[in-house]
Design a protein around this ligand. Structure first.
Ligand code: NI
Length: 253
């Protein structure tokens, strides 16, 4: 069944129908969802969703845009959350030079701290990197030794994807691979072996074609799997099955 490795069902865009939607997942072929926290509040909500639904797990971490909310006190909170039963990863963490909402030095500092936290707690990481490919990779090479995880919503080159695979990381692929202008990601999907790919929505964002621009949800991952199957000339079911195995492996489920 479909494994959505990166979703944000805590987002306000799901406030009107969150329960109905989540209850419909199984019948739409979705077996497991990791709800990823991005802010302190998002982490709290991710934990609550994981508690409520047996097939939902949580990742806890502070997105680079939100690192201004971190201090020793809130970091200790994050550390405690890492020990909750249904927490499977630290994330999403990383660098965002597109929005640049926090000074880059602040983003880097808390990225490194959260990588160390994952190592201490024996958890994989979920990495966010936007317009910051070089700095992200430098920090990963230096501070992510011994860690594994997912490069979420991968947007880099084929060569960079191969470097991450060499480090033992998985490449997270979502709706963008179905876009007409998603050529770079289509190349990545072609080059990276299926054993190193996981599927994700990043919902409510980045809905695949034919829903581009609309609210995304985990059942739409089927369109992502179909596109990867087309690119790799294999069956959609094989894509869904192998990426589910990969996701279980990386998240330890
Ligand atoms: Ni996300």
């Amino acid at each position: 069944m479909i494994f959505d490795t990166h979703a944000h069902y805590d987002d306000a865009q799901f406030d009107n129908d969150r329960d109905t939607l989540l209850k419909s997942m199984k019948e739409n072929g979705v077996g497991t969802i990791v709800n990823v926290g991005a802010s302190l509040e998002g982490c709290r909500k991710a934990l609550a969703l994981a508690e409520k639904y047996s097939f939902v797990y949580a990742a806890v971490g502070i997105h680079p845009d939100e690192t201004g909310s971190l201090n020793e006190e809130t970091f200790a909170l994050l550390k405690n959350w890492c020990r909750e039963e249904k927490v499977v990863a630290v994330g999403e963490i990383g660098l965002d030079y597109y929005w640049d909402k926090q000074p880059r030095e602040v983003q880097k500092k808390w990225f490194v701290r959260q990588l160390a936290l994952a190592k201490e707690e024996g958890l994989p990481v979920n990495i966010h990197s936007r317009e910051a490919a070089e700095d992200t990779f430098q920090i990963m090479k230096e501070h992510a030794k011994g860690l594994n995880g997912i490069i979420h919503c991968f947007s880099g080159s084929r060569e960079l994807a191969e470097e991450y695979v060499r480090l033992g990381f998985y490449i997270g692929i979502g709706g963008v691979v179905t876009f007409k202008n998603g050529k770079k990601l289509k190349q990545v999907a072609k080059t990276v072996p299926l054993t190193s790919i996981v599927l994700e929505t990043d919902c409510p964002y980045l809905a695949p074609e034919p829903y581009r621009g609309k609210r995304n949800q985990s059942a739409y991952i089927r369109y992502v799997a179909e596109e990867i199957a087309r690119i790799k000339e294999i069956s959609t079911e094989e894509v869904i099955k192998q990426t589910e195995q990969n996701a279980r492996k990386v998240y330890g489920l």
